[in-house]
Write a protein that binds this ligand. Structure first.
Ligand code: ZN
Ligand code: ZN
Length: 185
């Protein structure tokens, strides 16, 4: 890792968050990283759970190698419920070496096939129609609400990537199944 020239090939790859620029959690920026002090061209804008307030100050390299998590005793997501069959090192990778994402409510990571899934980004009803199993998952999660079928569908229709009700799409790295959950402001 020498030199200031930043080729795309140099950018760290995250197994569980394959394109953090596309998901909007990382932006191009000349701001220096608070961890390594270098201007790396990319700054993470997602959540940092730490005693210190660390807002839009970390580069991708310091997230990828764990140095940002170590320095600030930080985690970048809150995984929520984790299935028992997910090995601890995977959880650690998601918590401390993977860019998180911002939701309306407390974020959750989704798991499948005894592994964390890859976060693909915020989605709306139209995107979800292309991945029916993910849409069905949100439907099931809302099943306990005393809504009519029509009310359920109307809620799903309000989901947009940028509106006040949003879906979060994931994909299993093993079987390819899409998973999603939704929350709102
Ligand atoms: Zn850095
Ligand atoms: Zn799977």
């Amino acid at each position: 890792m020498v030199g200031q020239g930043l080729g795309v090939d140099d950018v760290p790859r995250f197994r569980y968050h394959p394109d953090p620029v596309a998901t909007g959690e990382v932006i191009t920026s000349d701001d220096p990283c608070r961890c390594c002090g270098r201007q790396r061209g990319f700054i993470y804008t997602g959540p940092v759970y730490s005693e210190d307030e660390v807002v839009e100050e970390l580069c991708l390299w310091c997230i990828a190698d764990g140095s940002a998590a170590t320095l600030f005793e930080a985690e970048f997501t809150d995984v929520g419920d984790v299935p028992d069959d997910v090995p601890r090192p995977i959880l650690t990778e998601v918590l401390t070496r993977t860019p998180g994402f911002s939701g309306w409510q407390q974020e959750r990571w989704l798991f499948h096939c005894a592994d964390a899934t890859a976060y693909l980004g915020k989605v709306g009803y139209e995107d979800l129609q292309a991945v029916p199993e993910a849409l069905e998952m949100i439907r099931q999660e809302n099943a306990h609400f005393p809504w009519t079928d029509e009310e359920h569908e109307n809620y799903l229709r309000t989901l947009t990537p940028i509106g006040e009700a949003t879906g979060y799409l994931f994909q299993c790295l093993h079987c390819g199944t899409h998973l999603a959950y939704a929350d709102h402001a």
